[in-house]
Design a protein around this ligand. Structure first.
Ligand code: ZN
Length: 389
């Protein structure tokens, strides 16, 4: 089972930024690396045969122990995944000797495509204060089942996450995600069972999670706006839970006489997003168009009722609903976006009715519980009386 680790990610990113280091490792250090890996292989073999460990005195290994501290990820990769790095370097050198270069492909993309990664453990890959942008190459690994991106200061997740059709577990704890930061394309991940959103900046869960019946675990503790901002809607009626959001851009925009129509490409992307079709499905769109729609995706608000996509700044309705209980959690708030008042009511009214029914069920269970306790008390000898005696 191939696991892509954070130190490999940092190494590939470094190679991309520092071509000098990349070329040095490929060419100048090549012979030494090969020797080192040979020694490593010998050690593995020797350990297996006689249990001895001959590697401690090896000069090549001690050479690699001198790797500077800021390249710690190179040292760790050499220690933990030397064969993977060697095989990749081999393939790179072979391609260079054959003069095969695929334009536009990054070192990271080539490394990822060289292996069949099924897990990605990428916690803490961004330092505090660094712009945390996830490279799209990560989402090209279609067989990934586990993706962990904890402690990364992420403010948004690229829509490309919807490409991960085998994804079963997604961990996004300790980031800076808000409601709009989690893209609707997550609904394309039909195998997603576990989602971890603890310690972010959410004031409710994204409403589209309710359209993902396969989800069986959703964690959302430690979101700082959670209670104070959202639970005040718990006891309100439909008029208060459906909030009309005005078009901010329209309000500021000065009237203009110039006619500026949308391009056919943009209109096609709008229609495609509104259709709720998984546009990442292989063979559906040419790659460039697929990338265009993915790039445009965050610019839309999508109605949770009819899926109509409109530009992000357009007026619409924000709707709060409550699910009680939800996947082992007690009462959980959800935030939806609706394109019209009727769509907002189509989301809110059934959810409200269900919330009331759930509350009645819970009251009933509580009453039954109290009644049982009281009956037990009555059937027992009067303990308080005995104690008094
Ligand atoms: Zn709608």
């Amino acid at each position: 089972m191939e696991v892509f680790h954070c130190y490999e990610f940092l190494l590939m990113r470094k190679f991309q930024e520092d071509s000098l280091l990349w070329n040095e490792l490929k060419a100048e250090t090549w012979v030494n690396l090969k020797t080192f890996l040979g020694a490593f292989q010998d050690r593995v073999l020797k350990t297996k045969v006689d249990g001895s460990d001959c590697v401690e005195n090896d000069t090549d290994v001690s050479r690699y122990k001198k790797i500077s501290a800021d390249l710690w990820f190179l040292a760790v990769t050499l220690e933990k995944s030397p064969h993977r790095l060697l095989a990749f370097l081999n393939s790179e050198l072979r391609q260079e000797s054959e003069d095969v270069q695929i334009p536009g492909q990054t070192v990271l993309a080539r490394y990822l495509s060289h292996y069949n990664f099924v897990e990605m453990h990428l916690d803490s890959i961004f330092k505090y204060g660094e712009t945390a942008t996830l490279p799209k190459e990560l989402f090209r690994c279609r067989n990934v089942r586990v993706l962990s991106l904890n402690f990364n200061n992420l403010e948004w997740i690229p829509p490309d996450v919807g490409r991960l059709c085998c994804l079963e577990r997604l961990s996004l704890t300790n980031n800076r995600l808000q409601n709009k930061s989690v893209p609707h394309t997550l609904t394309f991940c039909h195998h997603l069972k576990e989602l971890y959103l603890d310690n972010n900046l959410l004031d409710a869960l994204p409403g589209f999670l309710l359209d993902m019946p396969q989800l069986c675990t959703v964690h959302r503790h430690g979101n700082h706006n959670y209670f104070k901002a959202t639970f005040m809607w718990y006891h309100t009626d439909v008029n208060d839970r459906v909030l009309h959001v005005l078009d901010e851009v329209q309000k500021r925009r000065k009237p203009t006489s110039s006619y500026n129509p949308d391009s056919l490409l943009f209109l096609s992307a709008t229609a495609l997003v509104s259709s709720n079709i998984n546009f990442f499905e292989p063979g559906l769109l040419p790659n460039t168009l697929q990338e265009y729609v993915a790039d445009m995706y965050p610019k839309f608000s999508i109605c949770d009722n009819c899926h109509t996509a409109v530009p992000y700044s357009s007026s619409g309705y924000r709707v709060f609903t409550f699910k009680n209980p939800y996947l082992g959690n007690t009462c959980v708030p959800f935030q939806h976006w609706a394109c019209s008042r009727s769509c907002a009511e189509a989301i809110e009214i059934p959810a409200h009715q269900e919330q009331m029914r759930a509350a009645e069920r819970m009251d009933e269970e509580y009453d039954n519980y109290i009644r049982e306790i009281q009956n037990e008390e009555i059937s027992l000898p009067n303990r308080s009386f005995c104690t008094l005696l």
